[in-house]
Ligand binder design. Structure first.
Ligand code: ZN
Ligand code: ZN
Length: 349
């Protein structure tokens, strides 16, 4: 089969490799779609020290969906969320790459996203075929496309973040950054009954934010976003701020935008690592709740598919570019250049 293989910084090649074989309890899947994720990009650009430590060459891609074409020997492996393991050849499926053990200290206290025995059982999606343990697959409802299902992974991360960010009916919520991630945060905040303000320096992204339900947008290239949030909230600031860009200045602004008892979620990793001078009095005297969030649990992944299934979060409008597998490098460069929104690679066009 054909597969993309990462050899080093910006060195991603499409090559012929041996067809994968499903082991016991695994499925072989013909991959239809795989989204390019900011975390794929970090390994591609060599931006995250340590991520290059994973052995090279390797096939990246974890936001993938396709059709089951073969099954390995059956094993007794009940899925973590109780879904019956009734995967059959011909099923349309989406793969949850975070294969957690369910037995370690973190899993037993419900913090599955920090499983101490995370297994790498789901293999790279920028390829014609992929392998995944049956417990990691969810059947895609008929009217949900492969492309839409590929958003389960990033949307699951967003659902996790919202469990650490309290949003009440009528709250003023600011989303800093209107990339694909910010635009999903926007829709979730709207669904929770908030008045949503989106800040970004790119005009086309702000247009998309309006289209997806933002009540107000701030052009961060023209206005001071903190002053503008104050104007839009009668000088109070926002009840919740979600920072969906990995930049020190965005975090500084996010903290300054929050009102008394406000929540500030630092959603994105910041690369290269930076130091941020913060006046602790800002947090102390305003009783701010500053949270981090990272990755997701199996239940968040299942929930993400439901939000897509019922149109609670619309993901199709976030796709700006489509590429064949042979052009995967162009897909990465497009995302690296922040052109458009989500780049989708289609190994089976
Ligand atoms: Zn991702
Ligand atoms: Zn575990």
């Amino acid at each position: 089969m054909k597969a993309a293989r990462l050899y080093g910084v910006r060195d991603l090649r499409v090559e012929e490799v041996a067809d994968p074989e499903p082991g016991p309890g695994e499925a072989l899947i013909r991959i239809h779609t795989c989204g390019v994720c900011p975390s794929d990009l970090r390994s591609y650009l060599g931006a995250r020290p340590g991520s290059g430590a994973l052995s090279l060459p390797r096939t990246p891609g974890h936001e993938w969906a396709g059709v089951v074409v073969a099954l390995g020997e059956p094993v007794d492996d009940a899925p973590a969320d109780g879904q019956a393991p009734s995967i059959k050849v011909g099923d349309r499926v989406v793969a949850d790459w975070r294969y957690v053990c369910g037995r370690c200290y973190q899993c037993r206290r419900g913090v599955f996203n920090y499983c101490e025995n995370l297994r790498r059982g789901v293999r790279g999606g920028f390829a014609e075929y992929g392998i995944a343990p049956l417990s990691q697959l969810r059947v895609i409802p008929d009217h949900v496309s492969f492309e839409e299902a590929s958003f389960c992974e990033p949307l699951a991360c967003i659902i996790n973040a919202h469990s650490y960010t309290q949003i009440s009916l009528g709250d003023d919520v600011v989303i800093v950054g209107a990339g694909p991630i910010g635009l999903m945060h926007l829709q979730l905040a709207r669904n929770r009954g908030a008045r949503v303000i989106v800040s970004d320096p790119i005009a086309t992204r702000l247009e998309k934010a309006r289209e997806l339900g933002a009540h107000d947008v701030i052009d961060a290239s023209a206005a001071d976003p903190v002053a503008r949030v104050n104007e839009l909230t009668e000088g109070r600031g926002a009840n919740a701020v979600i920072i969906a860009v990995g930049a020190a200045e965005a975090i500084r602004q996010g903290l300054a935008m929050a009102t008394i008892n406000g929540w500030v979620n630092i959603f994105a990793g910041t690369y290269p690592p930076v130091e941020l001078p913060v006046d602790p009095n800002l947090i102390h005297y305003r009783q701010l709740r500053v949270t981090g969030s990272h990755d997701f649990t199996p239940h968040h992944f299942t929930t993400a598919l439901r939000l897509i299934q019922f149109g609670i979060v619309r993901v199709a409008p976030l796709i700006s570019h489509r590429f064949e597998l042979d052009d995967v490098r162009e897909a990465f460069e497009t995302t690296a250049g922040r052109h458009g929104l989500k780049s989708m690679v289609l190994p089976t066009p």
